[in-house]
Ligand binder design. Structure first.
Ligand code: GDP
Ligand code: IMO
Ligand code: MG
Length: 432
């Protein structure tokens, strides 16, 4: 069996974690290919809720092997905590279950300090990053002075490299941003401890994936963030510093394109965003509170990583069609349909309007999304609670009509619809 890629079709938090958990039932390897602990992927298994920032969500299935690909930036402190959290949750985590690519880059306290200093300097133009040091870590990577996981294998050289890294960054922290310098010895000592604990997990991730694919095993690539946060394809500069889109999976894992089979785009039944940047269908007031929830439910729209309330709005088909273009999804997974239950009407943004003209697609690109007014199709809602639906026949006709309208507008099949956070709260349209 070949490689499937699960990609966020919006601004992140689409429910990728729960979809990966579903597909991982049949996978032998689940591999994260981009981002770092800015991600927060939730997997709900009965009483257990796993909130995973770094390790692939597929590890919630005990038979899988998890990989952190070369495209990922790793905060070793977060990783070790997460490994322990999974062990506390009853899962086995050892070097035969988790493999780190030697070429994955490391996040250090320097990167976090720089992230905070850069955001403070941007003032009202801030990006609203997760302050996890993601941007500065990828900057060091592209400046060819980053620290890679493989360097943890030689303790002495690693300690020297960390000290040089801190000394170099201190000049920027103090000189450019007027921030406090970090202690190179302390950081080196801390990272040596991490190296000792993580060394055994470093392995030839790309080679393992290749061998598994040659062996006809099913490999799943797990996206983090979302298409509209992609450094190249997203709402720049309000993006992350990696490539969450499908092509990023190939670069971020060291796999060639011919292996790819399905590319599943995960989209919520509405739209959310944390952080700054354009959002044409954004809602405020009562309807926003209704879609966001108050925080009483674990699935309410508050950031898994930062706890920030997410901005919410109606599903935007202009942006979903754009996501189709840059990812070539082979199917869509529509999540959180249950949240729309009880609304008298549901709006679906099918185009944009500006200066009296209507557009079905973006005329020039995402940079101007703020200049448009959404054009909506208004559809009847449904009263029924749909959380117990398991087949298409269990869904009210209005819900089916909403799904069909999305399919028609996107020009692609919706293969799965989730109706609650639990593993089994899923309606499969795979054979429909
Ligand atoms: P990810 O970053 O794409 O993996 O998504 P997050 O985990 O950050 O956010 C999705 C949230 O919605 C989590 O709290 C999930 O448990 C929850 N969730 C996922 N699918 C559904 C669904 O169909 N219904 C409801 N009510 N919650 C869901
Ligand atoms: P998952 O994988 C939602 C957003 C941040 C900010 C921008 C840049 O859970 O979907 P960064 O810290 O990456 O430099 O922040 O990207 N962002 C996310 N938003 N879900 C995520 O991950 C995100 N990862 C980053 O809020 O707007
Ligand atoms: Mg998330």
């Amino acid at each position: 069996m070949p490689l499937d890629i699960v990609v966020g079709a919006q601004w992140g938090d689409e429910g990728k974690g729960r979809m990966v958990d579903l597909f991982a039932e049949k996978a032998s390897i689940v591999a994260r290919y981009s981002g770092g602990d800015n991600a927060g992927h939730t997997v709900t298994v009965g009483e257990k809720i796993f909130k995973l920032h770094l390790v692939p969500s597929g590890l919630a299935r005990p038979h899988t092997v998890g990989i952190l690909g070369n495209g990922v930036v790793i905060n070793p402190n977060t990783l070790l905590k997460e490994m322990n959290m999974l062990r506390d949750g009853g899962l086995e985590i050892n070097p035969s279950r988790l493999v780190i690519s030697p070429n994955a880059h490391l996040i250090t306290p320097v990167h976090r300090a720089l992230d905070a200093a850069q955001e403070a300097q941007r003032g009202k133009d801030q990006i609203g990053t997760t302050l996890r040091g993601i941007g500065p870590a990828y900057m060091d990577k592209s400046a060819r002075r980053g620290l890679r996981a493989v360097e943890m294998l030689d303790e002495e050289a690693f300690a020297d490299a960390i000290q040089m890294h801190v000394n170099f960054a201190n000049k920027e922290l103090t000189g450019v941003y007027g921030a406090e310098p970090l202690d190179p010895d302390m950081v080196a000592a801390e990272y040596l401890e991490y190296a000792r604990k993580l060394k055994a997990y470093i392995g030839d991730a790309s080679g393992m994936i290749e061998r598994a694919l040659q062996d006809r095993q099913y490999v799943l690539a797990e996206g983090a963030q979302g298409t509209l946060l992609d450094l190249d394809q997203g709402t720049y500069p309000f993006v992350t510093s990696s490539n969450p889109t499908a092509p990023g999976a190939l670069v971020g894992l060291g796999v060639g394109p011919a292996w790819v089979h399905e590319i599943v785009g995960v989209t919520k039944a509405f739209q959310t965003r944390v952080g700054e940047g354009g959002f044409p269908t954004e809602l405020s007031g009562e309807m926003a509170t209704r879609l966001r929830g108050t925080g009483a439910n674990p699935w309410d729209e508050y950031g898994t990583t930062t706890g920030r309330p997410r901005r919410v709005g109606w599903l935007d088909m202009v942006l979903l069609r754009y996501a189709m273009r840059v990812n070539t999804f082979t199917a869509l997974a529509l999540t959180k349909l249950d949240i729309l239950s009880g609304l008298p009407t549901i709006k679906l943004c099918v185009g944009y309007r500006r200066d009296g003209k209507t557009f079905a697609d973006l005329p020039l690109g995402l940079h101007e999304i703020d200049t448009f007014t959404p054009v909506y199709d208004e559809m009847p809602g449904w009263e029924e609670d749909i959380q117990s639906a398991r087949t298409p026949d269990d869904l009210p006709p209005q819900a089916l009509a909403y799904i069909r309208a999305i399919e028609k507008s996107a020009g692609i099949h919706v293969g799965w619809v989730s109706v609650g956070p639990e593993r089994d709260q899923m309606v499969s349209f795979a054979d429909a």
